[in-house]
Ligand binder design. Sequence first.
Ligand code: NAD
Ligand code: ZN
Length: 334
Amino acid sequence: MKALVIHAAEDIRWEDRDDPQPAEGEVRLRVRFVGICGSDLHYYFHGANGEYTIREPLTPGHELSGVVDLDPSGRLAPGTPVTVHPARHGADVPGLEEHPHLRPGGDYLGSAATTPHRQGAAAEHLIVAEHMVRTLPDGLPLERAALAEPLAVALHAVSLAGDIRGRRVFVAGAGPIGLLVVAAARRAGAADIAASDLRPEPLARAVALGAGDTFLIGRDAVVDESADVVFECSGAAPSLTQALRTVRRAGTVVQVGMLPNEKIRANLAPLLAKEVALHGAFRFSDEIDDAIAYLAETDALDAVVSHVLPASDAAGAFEIARDSSASAKVLLAL
Ligand code: NAD
Ligand code: ZN
């Protein structure tokens, strides 16, 4: 089979690999679409994602759709359309009963966090545990289904803000994650949704997905205390400072954007002065099932996918994916 393999920073190859054989309790999938995520971009351009350095060749990818190729148990027929929950959760720890995705010791597709690395989805054939497989409802196109994982991230982030019906929501950063948060907040009943970005193109996409007011950071001033809930979806430290100003007193900020694993400069004073609830959001537990249901309800989220490009030209696809003016979600077709 062919697989995409990152050997080092800016060295990615579409190369032959041994065809993997599923063991008992595992299923072999024929992958069709893989979304390029920020973490994949970090592995490709820097050879590392935060503290996780590539120490052996890594196949990236954790956002995928495809069909069943071989299920040794016979439960899933070949050709059944599927997506995958990318996590194997760690062992239960007291206090984390409700948060399986936070248990230490798990792993995630396409990640160098563990050694050996957990090889990812950007390969023609992928072996996963049966419990990770999610079959798709009839009529859900595979391209759209590749959004299930990032949409689950967005649904999880929105759920952490509590009941947002009738609330004024502000989404800072309108990349693919911010766009999906706009859509998820709208579905959860937010009254109005503002969005910010450094660039105009992501803001135009946010409007298409249901955002009202938009703010081009550097040009437009955001009014202090103008939102009940702010979803910080850029990971930029100035945006966290801005989020703490934008949120109202006793409001909520959900940090979805990945902060760098280092000291950052941010003004946290409003956190206490306004009694802001600041909540981190990390991946998701079972929201991928609701994500699949949501994707089956509407074609509105198709607008999040800006490009579908052949996996054999991954280097070109990664160049496009890192430019948020040029692209939203970029899918690799395998
Ligand atoms: P992206 O880079 O495509 O989008 C980020 C957007 O934020 C860009 O459009 C950029 O122009 C904008 N931006 C940068 N600085 C800004 C600022 N100061 N104010 C407003 N906008 C600003 O990334 P993405 O794929 O949309 O992901 C967004 C973030 O979420 C990334 O940091 C990513 O690592 C993170 N992420 C987190 C999780 C999680 O589990 N919490 C999961 C997936 C991705
Ligand atoms: Zn992702």
